[in-house]
Design a protein around this ligand. Structure first.
Ligand SMILES: C[S@@+](CC[C@H](N)C(=O)[O-])C[C@H]1O[C@@H](n2cnc3c(N)ncnc32)[C@H](O)[C@@H]1O
Length: 223
């Protein structure tokens, strides 16, 4: 988490972000869950989506380091938006297979187009639960990034479904665990979930492991 090394690939993360920023479009965004605190309608400019809905450059660097450190071979991202998170995973592990799921058609088309040179990334235009129940979903993922539909009850439902697609060493990353009271209470529920052993609260992101050899412990760190 605190690795201060300046990886050469960070330039590529910045370049991709710039290319998304400069490729201005207006997209129709469908709302599948907790809605937005920023946008009042569903017609949105991509540079505004980038500013308000996508992983920050610091988060993408952490995602990059985690994927590389754990040498992930496959990953699932629920919530593609403009493709910033999947691009970081793909850059970290170019041979890993990355499934990323986005419900909004125009948003997923935009991400697919931007990521078309990243052949290891597959953008699925689907709702999260439909994807998890489909045969497109792999049996096991090394890393699962839940970054969308910030509703407490939905988050717990997704987590229970995602457990079926995890193994003992899978890393779960949950975004915005303190976005609302409801999300914070879902996070607390998950920390005590019988399958959860280690959890780390970094305020913005929550990390979860289900390694059976570990007793249940919760940690706080500040990023
Ligand atoms: C916060 S953004 C994802 C950001 C992205 N992971 C990144 O790293 O930049 C969340 C996305 O999830 C999508 N989404 C939310 N709930 C969904 C659902 N139930 N099914 C499919 N997509 C959903 C939204 O349309 C939105 O584009």
């Amino acid at each position: 988490m605190y690795d201060k090394k300046r990886y050469q690939e960070y330039d590529e993360l910045l370049r991709f972000r710039e290319s998304v920023k400069n490729h201005k479009q207006i997209l129709k965004v469908e709302d599948f869950g907790a809605g937005s605190r920023i946008f009042k309608n569903n017609i949105r400019k991509t540079d505004e989506i980038l500013r308000h809905n996508c992983s920050t450059i610091n988060k993408t660097k952490i995602l990059f380091r985690i994927a590389r450190y754990f040498k992930i071979e496959n990953a699932l991202e629920l919530g593609t938006s403009l493709g910033i998170g999947s691009h970081a995973l793909s850059t970290a592990q170019p041979k890993a297979l990355i499934d990323t799921v986005e419900g909004s058609k125009e948003v997923s088309q935009f991400a697919s187009e931007r990521l078309k040179n990243h052949l290891n990334v597959k953008v699925h235009n689907n709702q999260f639960l439909d994807f998890l129940h489909s045969d497109q979903c792999k049996p096991k993922y090394d890393l699962i990034f839940l970054d969308g539909h910030h509703d407490g009850a939905a988050t717990v439902t997704y987590f229970n479904e995602l457990l079926k697609h995890s193994h003992d060493q899978t890393i779960f990353i949950l975004d915005d665990i303190n976005w609302s009271k409801d999300m914070n209470s879902a996070w607390k529920t998950l920390q005590k979930h019988p399958r959860v052993t280690a959890s780390i609260d970094t305020f913005k992101w929550g990390f979860i492991w289900t390694r059976p050899e570990q007793r249940q412990q919760s940690f706080h760190i500040f990023l």
